[in-house]
Structure formats: C-alpha cells, structure tokens
Ligand binder design. Sequence first.
Ligand SMILES: NC(=O)c1ccc[n+]([C@@H]2O[C@H](COP(=O)([O-])OP(=O)(O)OC[C@H]3O[C@@H](n4cnc5c(N)ncnc54)[C@H](O)[C@@H]3O)[C@@H](O)[C@H]2O)c1
Length: 260
Amino acid sequence: MGRLAGKVTYVTGAASGIGLECARRFANEGAVVVGADLRTNDSWAEVVAAAPAAGFHVLDVRDEAGQLAVAADIVATHGRIDVVVTAAGIAGGGFVHNMTLESWQLVQDVNITGTFLTAKAVLPAMIAQRSGSIITVASVEGLEGCEGGSTYNASKGAVVLLTKNLACDYGAAGIRANSICPGFIDTPLLQSVVANMPYADQIKAQHKLGRFGRPDEIAGAAFFLASDDSSFVTGVALPVDGGYVAGHSYGVSKMLFGGA
Ligand SMILES: NC(=O)c1ccc[n+]([C@@H]2O[C@H](COP(=O)([O-])OP(=O)(O)OC[C@H]3O[C@@H](n4cnc5c(N)ncnc54)[C@H](O)[C@@H]3O)[C@@H](O)[C@H]2O)c1
C-alpha cells in the first residue's frame, strides 16, 4: 500500500513541470489526486492511469469563484482535502525602471494572489476536518534577491511569508503550512527562460551540486511534506536547491575536486 493511501490531494499547475511531477508522485504513493491548470495535456493521462480517482479541473488560479467551485467539487466527490500543492506559477522579471505596471501585476496576480486564493478555497474543508497540509511552491528567489528578479522575487518572497502566516494562523486547527523553495529546476518554464540566457552556465554554477534540479526532486520534498513523516513540520521554507542558498562559492572547491 502506498504511503499516501487514503489521502485526498489537490495540485495546481498540475499539467506541467513541478506540479505534474508532484501529482505523479502522489498517485504512485496511493493518493487520490485532483489536478487543476489552465489546460490539460497528455501527461496528465499517466497520472490518471496510476490513480484511478484522479480528476482534473480547468482553472485559472486568479479566478476566486473557480477556485471555490473546484474545492467544493473535491469535497463533494471525495469528502475531504488532506493536501494541497500550489504549483501554478509564471516566470517574469526585469529591471524596475523598465517594467510596465501590467507585467509587474501579472506575476503578482498568478504567483501570490493565486496562492492566496487556493489556500482560501481549501481552508474551510481543512478547518472542518481539523487537519491538512498546505504546500506552497515558492523559490530560492523568494529567499534572496537576484539580478533582474524584481516582480518574480517579490511574489515568491510573499509566498514564503504568506505560508509562514498560514502556519501561525491554522496550527491550532491541526493544519500545517510549508513552502518548498526550489533552485533552478529543468522544466518547460526554465527552458523558456534560459533558452535566451547567455549566462545560464553561471546560474547553474550557483548550485553547489553543479547542475539544475529535476522536477521529481521537488516532488520528493512535496511527498515528505504531504506525508505523516512531516507531522511536526510547519512554517518552514525548505530550499530544495542543490545548495544554491547555502552560501557563496568562488571556485576553490572546483579547483580541488573538479566537477561540473
Ligand atoms: N522551474 C524552476 O526553475 C522553478 C524554480 C523555482 C520555483 N518554481 C516555481 O514552481 C512552480 C511550477 O513551475 P514549473 O517550473 O513547473 O513551470 P511550468 O511552466 O512547467 O508549470 C507551471 C504550470 O502552471 C500553470 N499555470 C500558469 N498560470 C496559471 C494560472 N493562472 N492558473 C492555473 N495554472 C497556471 C501552467 O499552465 C503550467 O502548467 C511555479 O510556481 C514556479 O514559479 C520553478
């Protein structure tokens, strides 16, 4: 029997990258999995194959009425919501003096307001059952600044602190809330960004393990936070980043050990 058997899990951004991999891992661990995204795709069929109860909703996470309808449908169909992963998100950024208000606002709307609305939608069910694990997907860029990060870093920093506040507010109701802060993970989102980046190798080198991460490595952390193994873990912003935020490197260890 899978280690998430009996748990009802809900993943936004489930059609691609990190969200898809979380859904796949949860399904393989025996959970009921409900996904939501702007659109579905063939990869979701693999999740459905692993978890017969898997459901999918077309949803824009900025849509409050849609969010409430999805949460209501999950409760009506499965009776509860044990775990939510808020993986829907978009890249963005640029230097502030060149940035339009529209491009600033779009990233805030999807990344932080979308996370807020997802949490708001699932919390009544979690409060009623007096348990739940809220797993937000922030970023190492929510923990520290980087050149040109601007609206993306601001949105992810807000996700980190919203999550800590959820931990403060709902611990008494038996609900845990934690952020995962991925380093740079090889997903369609990253490929769309680094394809035009002459400095992708410098970014890779900031990861002490000398490579970008894989979506399944983020799903592993999500599995821990979804499972009862993390029953005393709440309010944490967990870097899963190959050492990206561990500290600064100047190339000495590379001279000693070689490597990527
Ligand atoms: N890939 C990385 O390097 C990296 C690093 C740190 C954090 N993250 C975060 O991880 C999360 C997932 O990113 P990914 O790399 O898997 O990207 P991805 O583009 O592969 O997947 C993101 C998914 O979110 C969906 N989405 C976007 N806007 C949406 C909206 N308004 N409503 C519903 N769904 C929406 C997209 O359709 C897509 O399927 C994002 O929040 C991203 O910021 C990614």
